[in-house]
Ligand binder design. Structure first.
Ligand SMILES: Nc1nc2c(ncn2[C@@H]2O[C@H](COP(=O)(O)OP(=O)(O)O)[C@@H](O)[C@H]2O)c(=O)[nH]1
Ligand SMILES: [Mg+2]
Length: 406
């Protein structure tokens, strides 16, 4: 197995040789792995390219890649691409080239990959982690983590903006780079890659790290632009999430009308109060008792008509949800199984509505209409959540938090 540690650089002449040395030193603690170092440099005008090329001449495990354009995302993505395609990497690592990240944590991170995690993230914000930057940078780290938690709904991920990570080649290949603004000149690649990894279903593990401020060279981080990018990315995530809910609502509205029209036609031959058929489709079933009785239910026309129209709306609902509303979610089991589950979950809403009507009338002594309206809203959210968590499972955004194992 080959691990390629990708170090993106821009003007790191004072640090890069020592960082490479330290990574190779920690490779001794990973005897089962073939550890390579790749410096993906944005054509630094200082001596970084010469230094790395010199080392690579005498050490075949050290590689220099000129990614030409500026941008951390460019260095990271093009570097990993090169590591996979040209260096035949199985495991991909990344860390800063200014000694802020301690390579001695690498063996522990790689070990977790070998245990089956797809992505191991160094965290400064979990127990045991430390962030030794100045106060305004610490505030940014914390603030962006808090914001991402809220915007993405990923409450058990502590760190979003750190670059020290190890992941599998498979994850890199599965991530949808169209969802990542990786060509941005800010460091938005960090949170957005994490998000895309979660969307790809990655099993994530965080490990505590201590981040020390660079001693040499200068920071290229553009903090204000970075904050703006993090905010915009979070908004995009929210819009994406509400899109699913809006689709859910519109399918629900459509099927309400189908239900109402079908019920009218079956029971009276009407669409609402307009007579469209000479007689009800189910005119052969009597309206009143005595009709056939099953246990304690009279199988009269209203009952049969309701049953058919409700089931028809369930079928249509399911069809749209399965092929449109929740299309982009991972699906489990057969379509039939999802359909049966959907039928079962559809029973929940009327029960909630009934409970709500009874509570509002009998306990709160108010109108049954308020009870119904309240019940419809609660039922809607319960139904939506059940859809997300049970039927079209692994909602990319909702389930993310469960993918992180502390
Ligand atoms: N390839 C590449 N790497 C970059 C670029 N900008 C920054 N880096 C590297 O990204 C890492 C983190 O950058 P740094 O300036 O230390 O940001 P800070 O740690 O947030 O202050 C360092 O290894 C930088 O050399 C860039 O434009 N291209
Ligand atoms: Mg730095």
């Amino acid at each position: 197995m080959r691990l390629v540690v990708n170090i993106p650089t821009y003007n790191e002449e004072d640090n890069i040789s020592e960082v490479i040395r330290n990574v190779l030193k920690s490779a001794k603690n990973m005897p089962s792995l073939d550890v390579h170092v790749l410096v993906s440099d944005s054509h630094s005008p200082d001596k970084t390219p010469d230094i790395v090329k010199d080392i690579s001449k005498t050490n075949p495990k050290v590689h220099y890649l000129d990614v030409k354009e500026r941008g951390l995302g460019i260095g990271i993505v093009k570097g990993h691409r090169y590591a996979v395609d040209k260096l035949r990497a199985d495991i991909l690592g990344q860390m800063d080239g200014d000694m802020s990240h301690d390579p001695s944590t690498l063996p522990e991170m790689v070990q977790l990959i070998e245990e089956g995690y797809d992505l191991v993230v160094g965290s400064r914000l979990m127990k045991g982690g430390k962030n030794l930057l100045g106060w305004h940078r610490r505030l940014f780290t914390r603030g962006s983590a808090f914001y991402c938690k809220l915007a993405w709904g990923t409450f058990s991920i502590s760190e979003y903006t750190n670059s020290y990570r190890v992941f599998t080649k498979k994850l890199f290949e599965n991530v949808d780079f169209k969802k990542i603004p990786w060509r941005s000149k800010t460091y938005i690649i960090q949170p957005s890659f994490l998000y895309a990894a979660l969307l790809a279903g990655a099993k994530v593990k965080e490990v505590p790290i201590i981040f020390i401020d660079r001693k040499k060279g200068y920071s290229k981080s553009k903090i204000i632009a970075y904050i703006i990018d993090v905010v915009i990315f979070g908004i995009k995530v929210r819009i994406e999430k509400s899109k699913t809910f809006l689709k859910f609502l519109s399918v629900g509205t459509l099927t309400y009308f189908v239900n109402a029209i079908l019920l009218g036609l079956l029971y009276r031959g009407n669409i609402y109060s307009v007579k469209v058929l000479p007689e009800a489709i189910l005119s052969f079933i009597p309206v009143n008792h005595p009709s056939t009785k099953l246990l304690f239910i009279y199988l009269d026309r209203l009952f049969v008509a309701s049953l058919i129209s409700i089931e028809a709306s369930i079928i249509i609902n399911f069809f749209f949800h399965d092929s449109w509303t929740f299309k982009h979610r991972n699906r489990e089991g057969s379509k039939l199984k999802r359909f049966l589950k959907f039928n079962l979950s559809s029973v929940g809403s009327p029960i909630i509505q009934l409970a709500s009507i009874l509570t509002f009338v009998q306990v709160l002594h108010t109108s049954e209409q308020i009870g119904l309206a309240f019940g419809v809203i609660i039922g809607l959210f319960v139904n939506y959540t059940v859809n997300l968590l049970w039927i079209w499972k692994e909602h990319p955004e909702k389930d993310l938090s469960q993918k992180v194992v502390k």
